[in-house]
Design a protein around this ligand. Structure first.
Ligand SMILES: C[S@@+](CC[C@H](N)C(=O)[O-])C[C@H]1O[C@@H](n2cnc3c(N)ncnc32)[C@H](O)[C@@H]1O
Length: 247
């Protein structure tokens, strides 16, 4: 079995993880952005900016944002890169409803964005439909990562790029220990206070601890057929941005 429980990394049927993420994200959709801003001390905005710098998106690019949630990556790429179009997709309709409301307020600054409910393990798009696939804090929540990454490769044109932002592993032991403490104790505290969902945020910490480090995620990408895999650490490795190319 290639599927895992994303809270532990142990082999498990995929429904355990997918039902849990549906529960968590449908419940916190309207409070999700406030939690992000407070719990990361604003760092996630800096990381998004770096992600946009690393994304090879031009005016003719068609972009797919997988696990797009409330649209942070979609709108950042729209404003920073002004691609031809973006599809913002997510498993949870409630998250996309928030994204759509932001779009209606003009957050994409005139760049056309379509919203589509889609499971990353089975993307409802043609082979080679996109120039760039972005995914932020998404793969960590997916129980069959080899399959999800293979789907991302499939929908990319040959030569197209995957750009992935997620939490990762600091290389400095002291920084790693401090980060581990923050994940275990502070994240559930903030989650309870801001989003009213302490348990959902215990899961967040667990899933980060169970997630492969920078080299491990790069290996998963190579196994899914990507080449030229490279990454940049953010905030000493608290997060990392991987970029990979479909040959
Ligand atoms: C932490 S949020 C990240 C949202 C957004 N990318 C951002 O940067 O704010 C994780 C998102 O992944 C979505 N997700 C989890 N599993 C998924 C799957 N199998 N397919 C598509 N989306 C998924 C969740 O619904 C949620 O919206």
């Amino acid at each position: 079995m290639t599927t895992i429980d994303t809270a532990t990394g142990e082999a498990a049927p995929p429904e355990i993880s997918s039902e849990r993420v549906k529960d968590i994200f449908s419940n916190i959709a309207s409070r999700y952005e406030r939690f992000n801003a407070v719990s990361s001390f604003g760092a996630y905005k800096l990381w998004l900016r770096t992600m946009a710098q690393m994304a090879p998106i031009g005016p003719e690019s068609c972009v797919l944002d997988v696990a797009g949630g409330t649209g942070d990556v979609t709108f950042t790429m729209a404003r920073a890169k002004r691609p031809r179009s973006i599809v913002c997709s997510d498993l949870v309709p409630e998250m996309l409803e928030v994204a759509r409301a932001h779009y209606d307020e003009g957050r994409a600054d005139g760049v056309p964005v379509q919203f589509q409910v889609a499971d990353a393990h089975e993307l409802p798009f043609e082979d080679g439909a996109f120039d760039v696939v972005t995914v932020a804090y998404g793969i960590r929540n997916m129980p069959d990562r080899p399959r999800a990454l293979a789907e991302m490769a499939r929908v990319l044109k040959p030569g197209g790029h995957l750009v992935c932002l997620d939490f990762s592993t600091p290389s400095n032991p002291a920084w790693r220990a401090l980060y581990g403490f923050y994940l275990k104790h502070m994240i559930p505290f903030w989650g309870g206070l801001i989003a009213g969902d302490r348990e959902g945020f215990v899961y967040l910490g667990d899933s980060i601890r169970a997630f492969p480090d920078q080299a491990g995620l790069a290996a998963l990408m190579r196994n899914a057929g990507f080449v030229d895999v490279e990454w940049r650490d953010c905030t000493g490795g608290v997060a990392a941005i991987h970029r990979a190319r479909r040959p």
